[in-house]
Design a protein around this ligand. Structure first.
Ligand code: WAQ
Ligand code: MG
Length: 257
């Protein structure tokens, strides 16, 4: 589902479900599109594609940690340090962070999808920098969703934002050539974000922007001298991925000073 107003992206969501639940899920998506914090949509698109079960990749979710930070500036420093540890050159990490902070679409607004960023040069590689790369066709199995919600509940984190971001980052980390992801929400009431990387897993950062700021976005950092860009984009947009169990949950940490 994607919803917009005056041609600007408002919200979107992706599911991978059994045909028997389609009607219910389509109704949920419509409700979501109408209730978004940014305001009322004037255009809602719901598209449904059949995927063959034998193309579905089954994976566990990434491990999760929260790093406590005193404010969003410390949050951004923490994010840069995590990206560096994941193999992203500091200038590439800094320019992607600045792009999200300033509105990464050429119009200065939010992109509908993610930036693809060369982890070494910082060059933006997505073919359309207004739209970006939209990761789709991923979800939890019903059992994994139950287990995940029980674990998140214990941490006080059982929210759709956390569940959906874990699922999206899990698919992104499985993509060939991706070394890290940086994300924060575009919801003005939701300042949290994360850095995800294959070694570190999903590292939550409770503040990556000031409250009230409606800018947010995603950057996927890629590297490799034989990077297959069309193959990577096809994987992110089209390969069905289902997560059948939660990853590990590490205790909260404080930011390193
Ligand atoms: N594919 C690529 N980019 C996307 C997708 C997608 N499927 N969905 C959203 N984006 C981009 C788009 O630019 C949005 O503006 C931006 O990401 C933020 O999306 O507490 O809520 O859905 O652990 O607002 C992370 C922290 C919350 C959760 C992320 O993102 C936590 C969030 P939002
Ligand atoms: Mg949002």
């Amino acid at each position: 589902m994607r919803a917009s107003r005056d041609d600007a992206h408002l919200s979107g969501a992706e599911r991978l479900v059994d045909v028997s639940t389609l009607e219910k899920v389509a109704a949920e998506m419509t409700r979501r599109a109408l209730q978004h914090a940014h305001g009322q949509a004037d255009c809602i698109r719901i598209s449904i594609d059949l995927v063959s079960p034998d193309t579905v990749l089954i994976l566990p979710l990434p491990a999760m940690t929260t790093i406590r930070v005193p404010d969003f500036r410390s949050g951004r420093t923490t994010a840069l340090n995590l990206l560096k540890a994941a193999g992203v050159a500091m200038p590439a990490a800094e320019s992607a962070l600045a792009a999200i902070a300033g509105g990464a679409s050429p119009s200065g607004g939010n992109m509908r999808g993610a930036m693809l960023v060369d982890a070494v040069t910082g060059e933006r590689l997505e073919p359309d920098s207004r739209r970006g790369i939209r990761v789709s066709r991923m979800d939890l199995t019903p059992e994994a969703e139950r287990e995940l919600r029980l674990e998140l509940e214990k941490l006080g984190l059982d929210r759709p934002q956390v569940r959906e971001a874990l699922v999206l980052s899990g698919k992104v980390l499985a993509a060939p050539g991706v070394v890290a992801e940086l994300c924060w929400s575009d919801d003005p009431d939701y300042p949290a974000g994360y850095v995800a990387a294959p070694q570190a897993g999903y590292v939550r950062i409770p503040a990556l922007k000031p409250l009230g700021d409606n800018r947010g976005g995603r950057a996927f950092f890629v590297r490799g001298n034989r990077l297959d860009l069309p193959g990577l984009i096809n994987f992110l947009e089209c390969r069905p991925v289902l997560f059948d169990r939660p990853g590990r949950f590490h205790p909260d940490r404080d930011m390193e000073r």
